[in-house]
Design a protein around this ligand. Structure first.
Ligand code: ZN
Length: 365
């Protein structure tokens, strides 16, 4: 057994790495070296960065300056929410994983797009890169599974009576995620010095400046500037709409990768995971719509999270090419590789998983 690295306070151990991870890494290295290409962003990524940022800026300006009624307001608010999700999927997620560029400053700048969207990129690093990526689908550690008791996403979580209906109501609550991050979660973890039960170093110096600077900038753009052109009720209403669209889109996409019937949920309480880390990542993660260029483009490769979890420092524009290599190695080593053919199948599987976790007499509990 090897002690997992880079953890704030956990003692979970994975099985020692076998040939699987070695062969996987060799084949991926061979792909990049044989084609003589970098693992970082390329022209496709720069083009996409310009397009999604322009979409975000145009939607914001239209909403603030050109919306003069419920129809145009709704249209621009929905567009803003979808554009914000597109930015989140594509730019700061790669930046936060240091997958955007070779230079740290490029990745820091890309990651800071989270601060522009209202969520601290510093807190995201600890919640997402460390706790979620390091300990995927391990209840009590993976922060993505902790939605504060309103939903039961893993067999080891306690079941409450209301979870019986979670397959119906959680979809609506996903819309509250960005507001919760912006106004509650970031400040709460900062005050407590903990994410869930796990300590993390509080931000200092520049990191603290970016956190508070981001919050002030977001508050100014979301509420202060629009107040010069619209009533407070209109500003709050259209903030709520765009924030709900953003939250719903982000949440559903992340849930389809891990909270589905085909994903594993090993027992975290046992302190030892009977799988090596790389195989654990593959079996706790599920892809969808692998062949859809449009979905892959918009989701920043988050429809191919198996490849993302195995190689988070590779820019997502390379995932489609890596996907066939990873699937082949998984087949050779008997590691289960799952991909839903379309989004409907993935959404249906998330619905069924929520229903299963909410049942009073389910066998998994
Ligand atoms: Zn990630």
């Amino acid at each position: 057994m090897t002690r997992a690295k880079n953890t704030p306070a956990t003692v979970i151990q994975f099985e020692r790495s076998t040939e699987f991870k070695k062969i996987l890494s060799e084949r991926i290295e061979h792909y990049f070296s044989s084609k003589n290409i970098s693992k970082a962003a390329d022209a496709r990524m720069y083009r996409k960065t310009i397009i999604v940022l322009t979409w975000l800026l145009a939607s914001y300006l239209l909403l603030v300056l050109a919306a003069h009624g419920p129809i145009t307001g709704l249209l621009f608010a929905v567009s803003l929410g979808l554009a914000a999700a597109g930015v989140g999927f594509n730019i700061p997620h790669d930046g936060g994983h240091r997958a955007y560029g070779k230079h740290p400053i490029v990745n820091k700048l890309a990651a800071a797009a989270f601060d522009l969207l209202g969520a601290s990129s510093y807190v995201w690093h600890w919640k997402h890169n460390v706790l979620h990526h390091g300990y995927t689908n391990l209840a009590g550690i993976d922060d993505d599974l902790d939605i504060g008791g309103i939903g039961r996403l893993a067999p080891e979580q306690p079941r409450l009576w209301m979870h019986r209906f979670q397959q119906f109501y959680l979809w609506a609550l996903y819309g509250f995620l960005p507001a919760k991050w912006t106004f509650v979660d970031d400040f709460r973890v900062l005050l407590r010095g903990r994410i869930g039960n796990h300590r993390f170093p509080r931000p200092k110096g520049k990191d603290l400046g970016v956190l508070f600077g981001g919050k002030i900038l977001f508050f100014f753009l979301a509420f202060v500037l629009p107040l010069f052109f619209h009533s407070i009720w209109m500003v709050l209403l259209f903030y709520a709409i765009s924030s709900a669209v953003l939250g719903f889109t982000l949440s559903v996409v992340f849930q389809l990768a891990h909270c589905v019937q085909e994903a594993d949920f090993p027992a975290a309480s046992a302190k030892e995971v009977g799988n090596e880390w790389a195989a654990h990542q593959v079996e706790t993660t599920v892809n969808f719509c692998r062949d859809s260029k449009l979905i892959g483009w918009y989701l920043g490769g988050l429809n191919m999270q198996i490849e993302h979890h195995l190689f988070p420092k590779v820019c997502h524009v390379h995932y489609p090419a890596l996907s066939r290599i990873v699937e082949g190695v998984c087949k050779d080593f008997g590691v289960r590789y799952t991909c839903h053919r379309n989004a409907f199948a993935a959404i249906a599987s998330h619905y069924r998983w929520l229903r299963e976790m909410g049942r009073f007499n389910d066998a998994a509990a």
